[in-house]
Design a protein around this ligand. Structure first.
Ligand code: S3P
Length: 181
């Protein structure tokens, strides 16, 4: 069994539009921790937006860059990290993240995600004529991975990012109080 370290990172996982970055920032603020977003590390290192990385290097190129960004993000403990929606599909990434901390699955229904992603233009994987169908198909494939990878899941459909962050902080403090961390 993979055991996280004494000062674990908290890693936000879940589909595009789940609120990983927004909620992750709020959690980091509440716990007084550094926040990192792997998509941002990728775009900074490449000096290119994600759509352009996909166009030039394909999804494989993006995934290689994402793996490097994950290694960089977990290099220090006690951070809050938001990873891209596809990051935990790789078993290598899952192992690295699990060794480095706790995974928080931000769950949302395809209907909620479709509303949140309606105006988004910088996610190449959902550039489809039938975007709702595409989200649904991807979520059918990915949902079980998110469910199993997450140490805890938070349903984000009917709560605000602030409330989601409060639930996560509460869960984290419970773990600490019960001597699990
Ligand atoms: C992806 C999610 C995106 C980004 C890339 C691929 C995915 O990140 O990494 O477009 O495969 O789900 P967000 O989940 O932060 O939108």
């Amino acid at each position: 069994m993979v055991r996280p370290p004494a000062s674990p990172n908290l890693v936000m996982i879940g589909f595009m539009g789940a609120g990983k970055t927004m909620i992750g920032k709020l959690v980091a603020q509440a716990l007084g921790r550094e926040f990192l977003d792997t998509d941002e590390l990728v775009t900074q290192a490449a000096e290119l937006p994600i759509t352009e990385i996909f166009r030039r290097e394909g999804e494989d190129g993006f995934r290689r860059r994402e793996q490097n960004a994950i290694d960089e993000a977990v290099a220090s403990p006690a951070r809050v990290i938001a990873v891209g929606g596809g990051a935990v599909l790789s078993s290598e990434n899952r192992t690295v993240l699990k060794q480095a901390g706790y995974l928080v699955y931000l769950r949302a229904t395809p209907e909620t995600l479709a509303i949140r992603l309606a105006d988004v233009t910088d996610r190449p994987l959902i550039n489809a004529v039938d975007r709702v169908g595409r989200i649904r198909d991807l979520l059918v494939a990915r949902g079980p991975v998110y469910e199993t990878a997450g140490d805890v899941a938070v349903d984000t459909d009917t709560i605000t990012p602030q409330q989601a962050a409060e639930q996560i902080v509460h869960w984290y403090r419970d773990q600490v109080d019960q001597g699990r961390l």
